[in-house]
Design a binder for this molecule. Structure first.
Ligand code: GPW
Length: 826
């Protein structure tokens, strides 16, 4: 990576060799089939064709990739480093074809080779290196950073096993290992030469060095090597191709060898097993943390490798350490990488010999922190004994940061020791624990929430004392999603109509969709709009049939809730309403209700019993409803197994109604809500997260609002909430709960759902019963609106037209302007 701009890779000859036309693609696919897969066409498997095409596409990215890296190395610009324990990037081939603008050429090339492009694309195993919203957000941001041509790097972990594959057996979730690398990964470049060592355990010693300065030496019990695995991230129709750098753990040879020499062969192998375990598997918990030692080791591992890499890149640029914060900014995706505060300090103090004040100034100017949750059970803390045994030196640094910080608090608020205890980096109330959100806040120059409501609540609750101390550091950046993957790629039918109506510019400037508003009442345009939606619903119906065996009618209202299964997201509120509908239709078969198909999708954390029971309930209802002849043509219930990025491509474009029904104040933002909106679904939702802004943009008349507001929720819980009162006051709700408790949806076994029903009746922590009546009333308004196709279609068009704000391009521009001081370099 030379800093000399004159050594830039020449474009001409290389570009010609890897032409973007169908003929050269076809030639390369054939070449790669032989040279990389060792196959000839007559015996090539579909997967061989996938590999051969993917390598050919990767070749066409390499030039841009190398060129981009050289540009960043040479330019005097700040690079944004996005540190995230998760990158849920999804399948790559289709997206890379789209961004390169060679989908048609690839289709022609494959056709000439007797292959269907869509079939080949569908074979890709997706890298499921994330749990849900947080990991997918990181992937959308990488797409926008590249598209906006901003110098950026993603840093994370190359998990050998991503999020588990969800199977459904007898209605229950069963987890299967995600062996996504089994058949190889054509997108990845492994760089054995880009590797760093990371310390674990052991002890520290302080001494004075040759120049008389106080220095600390950390003698580790264990070292792990992190090796860089790079994935290209091409922007949409631009020359920029950024890098996602994921770290894979390896054993350090010298450590093994030492043991081997004293004859402990098994000990040496054991060591290797532990170091290689580090990047083995993604923890499948979304939101609540489990405080596992290996998880902390993963976090420190990837953060340390990433910071060491940034320091090396600074050297390659020929810049002095004093300029680190001018050349790099590191965005912490929640607290998972927040150990960066201590690790950057350690690298600057212990490895570079800087003084505390200077190291602290660099650290704070470099780091920025995004908070993604207010749920107390999701705020990361680590017990001191575990932390000390794994990371003794970082712990000392945290103590010193805390000492200096609390001095500052005491100076500002003399005598206010309760404030000091509240703000401390160490929670001393029970067993002593490190509060990672406090560490991240103290060590960052900017802190942001992910939707307007969430950012306000963050300032008023979880980080209130900090917002009072440093109001200028607090920001909001409402989340966004990439319109490339979640509109252009997944909904080609609609994309063509958008091109024709507002011009192709919408893909890189989503606000241009406003141009659709003029056509919202045009009957011919509405017919085309409905035909596209109908075709998308036919495609989803096919996928539903092959995944579940159930046949659904694309003419029904597709009412969809896809997201992780969580009590606060309230899939069970939706389930209660389905049971009530089922009861109504059984009693009154002539009832004039629109035919509905309820679709659910989402994984439950393997240890989260209540979430797994909610899946069992939905499947139980599905079994009864779908097999009841009286429900034919009226009601269908689907649990779509293994919801992931790939199946999301078929689901969002087929939705009529988007369920965003979390308890107000609990969902930080939501991003699925935005994907549905772009694809013309109407939202039924609470005033929570980004729903608030979706309703503002769409117009209140184009959004189905119900439920308690965040302040009502807070007040009700403070004053004492009694779920039983709501059950007593609502016959339909009581009957639904009774029917569930009776075993009607569990093959007569009345014990199965008892924990769920009892939990609701006694506690109902997320106020599902309090919101039930209003939800059911709102669903009746949905039903009425659906009966008027012109009115519904108008609302659908207006939702897409007004979704421009929710492009991740807008979000990334805001990060660039307000938090990173970083501009595109074309
Ligand atoms: F707990 N989110 C997530 F805040 O998907 F860390 N996983 C997580 O572990 C956390 C948050 C964490 C989600 C939020 O629940 C969702 O509201 C938000 O849209 C998304 O992060 C992206 O900001």
């Amino acid at each position: 990576m030379a800093a000399n701009p004159t050594t830039r890779v020449p474009g001409g000859a290389e570009a010609a060799r890897h032409g973007l036309d169908a003929e050269s693609l076809q030639r390369d696919v054939l070449d790669n089939l032989v040279s990389l897969q060792a196959r000839y066409p007559a015996i090539a498997t579909p997967h061989d064709w996938y590999m051969a095409l993917s390598y050919s596409v990767r070749d066409r990215l390499l030039l841009r990739w190398v060129d981009t890296v050289q540009r960043y190395a040479a330019a005097d610009v700040r690079v944004a480093c996005y540190l995230s324990a998760e990158f849920l990037i999804g399948p790559q081939l289709g997206n890379n074809l789209l961004n390169l603008g060679i989908e048609a050429q690839a289709r022609a090339a494959m056709l000439a080779l007797g292959q269907d492009l869509d079939t080949v694309i569908a074979l890709e195993e997706e890298p499921g290196l994330g749990n849900g919203g947080l990991g997918r957000l990181a992937a959308c941001y990488l797409d926008s950073l590249a598209t906006l041509q901003m110098p950026a790097l993603g840093y994370g972990i190359r998990y050998e096993f991503g999020i588990f594959r969800q199977a459904i057996r007898d209605g229950w979730q069963v987890e299967e290992t995600d062996k996504w690398l089994q058949k190889g990964n054509p997108w990845e470049i492994v760089r054995p030469d880009v590797a760093y060592y990371v310390n674990f355990g052991g002890h520290t010693q302080s001494a004075t060095d040759a120049e008389g300065r106080f220095r600390v030496r950390w003698t580790a019990a264990n070292q792990v090597k992190g090796v860089a695995c790079d994935t290209p991230v091409p922007g949409y129709r631009v020359e920029t191709c950024n890098t996602l750098r994921l770290w894979k753990s390896e054993a350090v040879e010298s450590f093994d060898l030492a043991d081997f020499n004293v004859g402990d062969y098994y000990g040496a192998v054991q060591e290797k097993v532990i170091s290689e375990t580090l990047s083995k598997v993604l923890y499948p918990n979304d939101e609540p943390e489990m405080g596992k030692r290996l998880r902390l080791a993963q976090q420190y591992f990837f953060v340390s490798c990433s910071l060491q890499d940034m320091l090396r890149l600074l050297e390659l640029k020929g810049e002095p350490i004093e300029r680190f914060a001018d050349m790099f900014v590191a965005q912490l995706n929640d607290t998972h990488p927040s150990i960066a505060v201590a690790e950057l300090m350690r690298l600057l103090l212990d490895e570079r010999g800087l003084q505390w004040e200077q190291a602290w100034d660099i650290t704070r100017r470099t780091l920025a922190y995004t908070n993604h949750t207010l749920l107390p059970e999701a705020l990361e803390t680590w017990g001191l004994p575990l932390f000390r045994s794994l990371l003794p030196r970082p712990l000392e640094i945290i103590y010193e940061i805390n000492r200096r910080f609390l001095d500052e608090v005491r100076q500002r608020h003399p005598g206010d020791e309760s404030r000091v205890a509240r703000m401390s980096l160490i929670d001393e109330s029970g067993d002593r624990r490190i509060r990672m959100a406090h560490l991240a806040t103290v060590g960052s120059h900017a802190v942001n929430g992910v939707a307007a409501l969430h950012s306000s609540l963050l300032r008023e609750t979880v980080l209130r004392d900090f917002a009072e101390l440093w109001p200028e550091r607090f920001h909001n950046v409402t989340n966004g999603v990439t319109p490339r993957r979640f509109l252009a790629l997944c909904n080609p039918g609609l994309a063509r109509l958008l091109d024709e109506t507002v011009g192709e510019g919408w893909i890189a400037d989503l606000t241009r969709l406003r141009g659709l508003e003029a056509h919202a009442d045009d009957a011919a345009f509405q017919r085309r709009w409905r035909a596209i939606k109908h075709a998308n619903k036919e495609v989803l119906a096919q996928h539903i049939q092959s995944a579940t065996g159930v046949v659904v009618d694309p003419r029904a209202l597709f009412d969809i809730q896809v997201k992780r299964i969580h009590e606060y997201k309230r899939q069970h509120l939706n389930a209660l309403y389905m049971v009530a509908l089922y009861q109504r239709l059984r009693r009154e078969p002539q009832l004039a209700l629109a035919p509905r198909c309820f679709v659910f999708g989402g994984k439950a954390a393997p240890g989260y019993a209540m979430a797994k029971l909610i899946i069992r309930l939905i499947n139980g209802i599905a079994e009864v409803v779908n097999n009841d002849p009286a429900m034919e043509g009226r009601l269908k219930v689907i649990f779509f197994p293994n919801f992931n990025v790939k199946s999301a491509h078929h689901i969002y474009p087929a939705a009529d109604l988007s369920e965003q029904i979390s308890t107000a104040g609990k969902e930080a933002s939501g991003t699925g809500n935005m994907k549905f909106m772009m694809n013309g679904a109407l939202t039924i939702g609470t005033l929570d997260g980004a729903n608030v802004e979706i309703r503002e943009e769409a117009g209140a008349e184009n959004f189905f609002l119900f439920g308690l507001r965040a302040q009502d929720v807070e007040r009700l819980q403070r004053e004492g909430y009694r779920p039983a009162d709501h059950v007593a006051a609502h016959d339909e709700l009581r009957e639904a709960l009774d029917l569930i408790a009776s075993g009607h949806f569990s093959r007569g076994e009345s014990e199965v759902f008892r924990p769920l029903v009892e939990n609701l009746m006694q506690w109902d922590h997320f106020l599902a019963l309090a919101d039930y009546a209003d939800y059911a009333a709102c669903q009746a308004r949905v039903d009425a609106a659906w009966q008027d196709p012109a009115g519904w279609t108008r609302m659908s068009i207006l939702n897409t037209a007004r979704s421009g704000k929710f492009s991740s391009d807008r979000a990334i521009r805001e990060y660039g302007d307000r938090i990173w001081s970083l501009a595109p370099i074309g």
